[in-house]
Design a protein around this ligand. Sequence first.
Ligand SMILES: Cc1cc2nc3c(=O)[nH]c(=O)nc-3n(C[C@H](O)[C@H](O)[C@H](O)COP(=O)(O)O)c2cc1C
Length: 381
Amino acid sequence: MATTRFRTTLCDMLGIDFPVMLAAMAPDISDPKLVAAVSEAGGIGVLACADKDPEEIIALAAETRKLTGKPFGMDIGLPARVETYGHDFRAAAAKAHFPPQHLALRERFLQERGIPFDDDAARATPGMSSVASFKLGETFSREQVKAILQARPALFVSALGNPAFMVAEAHALGIKVMSLVGKVKDAVNVARGGIDAVICTGTAAGGHSGDVDGMVLVPHVVERVAPVPVVAGGGIVDGRGLAAALALGAIGVWVGSRFIASRECSAPDWYKQRIVDAGDDATVRSKWYTGKTCRHLRSEWDTAWDASGLAALPMPDQALLTTPMALGAASVGRHLESGIFCGQGVARIASVLPAHEIVTRMIDQARDILQRELPARVSFN
Ligand SMILES: Cc1cc2nc3c(=O)[nH]c(=O)nc-3n(C[C@H](O)[C@H](O)[C@H](O)COP(=O)(O)O)c2cc1C
């Protein structure tokens, strides 16, 4: 643990030592082991629960509590307009009406590469099993919210949608509420719902990310939602990112990709290695995996879609089309095709480290920048 104190109002709000949040990453990346490691290091881990049934949510909270007595959060999406297909991925995929050209593209892609279509081995592939049980819909997310309130973590985070409907109940139980946004308009909307902080991620962020650069987005959101505080995310991998986020007006950082390359992360070694090896032009944003703009390592799947001239289907249909492809590819070790979500910050991730070391280095470096480097570089006379 870093030797010095490094407190912001985020620390007071959540009862933590350092203003560093492990971003929720589904499926099963931000799992109890990684969450507990970050919370034990003095930050706060946030469990990825988007694809979990209510019973699984209760079990995940219990498992996390066995590993740490420190505060942790839980994260799900709150889709308002996504059609409810039911809770079963295969049933949902069977009901979706895929256009024939989209099906033909997938079939050609798989055939040309000798990749099996969603075979059973895929679900046994480490890190891929729960993708096969992708859950969807508004009704389902309301059941998840009930389970999270019952589990009583320190924090609830909505990955998508507006949590205003559950804020009063969460607060009555002592649970703080935050919401993830990528646009000023959405930030203003969620802030009106009485949440405790807005988490805004710039376009460098891994997974679903917006169009606006964090350098522009964060100070704009800070001004527009005040006095609601802001946490900054997207491309933050070290103390330089933390110090910059504080300078932009944020009270802490929401960090995803850096923690994938941590020893406690359960992602397979090939996934971590690809992140360590990735350069600054390795990621792209596309709608080819989920139907919503998403940042990931460039893959052959992108190349095939770009060349096809087809438009992506809306979420969740594109995910239903693509997931069997990603599962099949992963099952035969074809990781170039299977899709790896991560942010542009991967360019500056050079090794796999224990989670506590990632937090400690981040805090020590930010302290050094704020206490020594900046005062030495700036003078006022
Ligand atoms: C593999 C992966 C999975 C993700 N899954 C979720 C999720 O389930 N819920 C969520 O709120 N955000 C999710 N995100 C977005 C992260 O919470 C976070 O905003 C992002 O990782 C921050 O950018 P960074 O990766 O550059 O640090 C995911 C991101 C990645 C890379």
